[in-house]
Design a protein around this ligand. Structure first.
Ligand SMILES: NC(=O)c1ccc[n+]([C@@H]2O[C@H](COP(=O)([O-])OP(=O)(O)OC[C@H]3O[C@@H](n4cnc5c(N)ncnc54)[C@H](O)[C@@H]3O)[C@@H](O)[C@H]2O)c1
Ligand SMILES: *[C@@H]1O[C@H](CO)[C@@H](O)[C@H](O)[C@H]1NC(C)=O
Ligand SMILES: *[C@@H]1O[C@H](CO)[C@@H](O)[C@H](O)[C@H]1NC(C)=O
Length: 322
C-alpha cells in the first residue's frame, strides 16, 4: 500500500494542449499523493480534472498508467478548488504552475506564504525566471526552490531542482526524494543561472542549428535528421559526457587528448548569436512551414505524433531500467 499524503497544487490547466499543472497533478496522483488543484479562473480547476479523467482512462487502456493505483483510485485523490486557502489546507508541498509572468508569481507566493505552515515547501515550475526573482517577496526563502519540468512530464521525467541562494539543503533533498518517489528523474543545480541547465544546452543546439541553415550549409529538414537519426539516438539513454567517455579506448582523458584540440578549433569558428527575427530568418521559417504548415491542424497532428513517440520511448526506457 502506498502512503497517501497531501500534495497541494497551485494552478494548472491550459485549455489547449500545454498544461504543466495538469501533468504535474497526474504525476503526483500516480505516486499515490492527494492533490488539490487551484486556478484563479473559476471553474478552470474542475475542467482540469475532467481532462485528467479522460487522460488517465486512456493511459490505463494502453497500460501506461504510472504507479500502483488504477485510474479511478488515482482520480479519487484529486480535488479542485476555486479558493486558494482551501486548496492549501493540510499541504506539505506546493507546486506553482501559473503564467510565466514574474509579478503574477511573486504576488501568488506572497499570498501562499501567508496561508501555509512554516515547513511547507514552495516550489515553482518556471522555465525562464530564476528563484531569486520568483521568491523575492517571500519572507522565508529557505523553503523555496524551482522544480522545472519538461513538457510533457508524464513521459519526459527530468526535473531540474534549482535553489534560491538561501534554500535549505533539507528542502532540496526532500524535494529530490519526493520527485524520485513519484517516478520523475530529478537533478540538482548547485546554483541558480539563467536558463538552468536544460535550456542553456538547448540554446546552444538551437543557435548552431540555426547558423548552419542560415549559412547555407544544410537544410532545415536535414539538420533535424542530424539530431533525430544521429546524436539523439545516444542521448535518449546516455548524455554527452558518457558519450565521449565511451568514444575513446581509454575514456574521457584519452578522448580529449585525441579530439580536444579539434573541438576547440570548431568552437572557435562558431559565429555570433543569430538574430532570430532578421530578414534571413524568414527563409528559415518558410522552409520549416513548407515541411509542416503552421496552422492549428497540422501542428496538433505533429504534437500528437510527438507524444505518441515519446510514449513509446518512455516504455522502452522503462524496460531497460528493469
Ligand atoms: N508548457 C511548457 O512546455 C512548460 C515546460 C516547463 C515549465 N513550464 C512552466 O509552467 C508554468 C505554466 O505553464 P503552462 O504552459 O502550463 O501555462 P498555461 O497558460 O497553460 O497555464 C497557466 C494557468 O495559470 C492560471 N493562472 C494565472 N494566474 C493565476 C493566479 N494568480 N492564480 C492561480 N492561477 C492562475 C491560468 O488560469 C492558467 O490556467 C510556466 O511558469 C511555464 O514557464 C511550462
Ligand atoms: C480499482 O481498484 C479498486 C481497489 O482495488 C477496485 O475496487 C476497483 O474495482 C478497480 N477499478 C477498476 C476499473 O479496475
Ligand atoms: C523557514 O523554512 C524552513 C524550511 O521549511 C523551516 O524549517 C523554518 O522553521 C522556517 N523559519 C521560519 C522563521 O518560519
Amino acid at each position: 500500500m502506498l502512503a497517501v499524503a497531501n500534495v497541494y497544487f497551485v494552478l494548472c490547466v491550459r485549455v489547449f494542449s500545454g498544461l504543466i499543472g495538469r501533468s504535474w497533478a497526474m504525476v503526483f496522483v500516480g505516486g499515490g499523493y492527494r492533490v488539490k488543484i487551484y486556478d484563479n479562473q473559476p471553474g478552470q480547476a474542475a475542467k482540469a480534472i475532467t481532462e485528467i479523467r479522460k487522460q488517465l482512462g486512456e493511459l490505463e487502456e494502453v497500460r501506461m498508467l504510472r504507479g500502483e493505483l488504477n485510474a479511478s483510485q488515482q482520480l479519487a485523490l484529486l480535488s479542485s478548488h476555486d479558493d486558494l486557502s482551501q486548496a492549501l489546507e493540510g499541504a506539505f508541498f506546493v507546486q506553482e504552475c501559473v503564467f510565466e509572468q514574474l509579478e503574477v508569481k511573486q504576488s501568488l507566493f506572497q499570498d501562499i506564504e501567508r496561508l501555509v505552515g512554516k515547513d511547507v515547501i514552495l516550489s515553482s515550475s518556471t522555465s525562464c525566471l530564476v528563484p531569486s526573482s520568483v521568491f523575492s517577496k517571500v519572507h522565508n526563502r529557505s523553503r523555496c526552490l524551482v522544480s522545472h519540468p519538461v513538457n510533457p512530464p508524464y513521459y519526459v521525467k527530468l526535473v531540474e531542482l534549482v535553489p534560491h541562494p538561501e534554500t535549505a539543503a533539507m528542502v532540496l533533498d526532500t524535494t529530490h526524494a519526493l520527485m524520485t518517489k513519484v517516478g520523475q528523474a530529478p537533478v540538482y543545480l548547485k546554483k541558480e543561472i539563467d536558463g538552468f541547465a536544460l535550456n542553456r544546452v538547448q540554446a546552444a543546439i538551437i543557435a548552431e542549428s540555426w547558423r548552419l541553415v542560415q549559412d547555407g550549409i544544410i537544410s532545415v529538414k536535414d539538420i533535424d535528421l542530424v539530431m533525430s537519426e544521429g546524436l539523439g539516438m545516444r542521448y535518449a539513454f546516455i548524455g554527452p559526457m558518457e558519450t565521449i567517455h565511451l568514444n575513446a579506448p581509454e575514456g574521457l582523458e584519452d578522448y580529449m587528448k585525441r579530439y580536444g584540440e579539434g573541438i576547440r578549433r570548431i568552437l572557435n569558428s562558431f559565429r555570433p548569436v543569430p538574430e532570430f527575427s532578421s530578414e534571413g530568418a524568414k527563409s528559415i521559417i518558410n522552409e520549416m512551414c513548407d515541411l509542416i504548415p503552421n496552422d492549428k491542424q497540422h501542428l496538433s497532428a505533429r504534437i500528437e505524433r510527438r507524444d505518441q513517440l515519446l510514449l513509446g520511448l518512455a516504455k522502452l526506457k522503462k524496460e531497460h531500467s528493469k
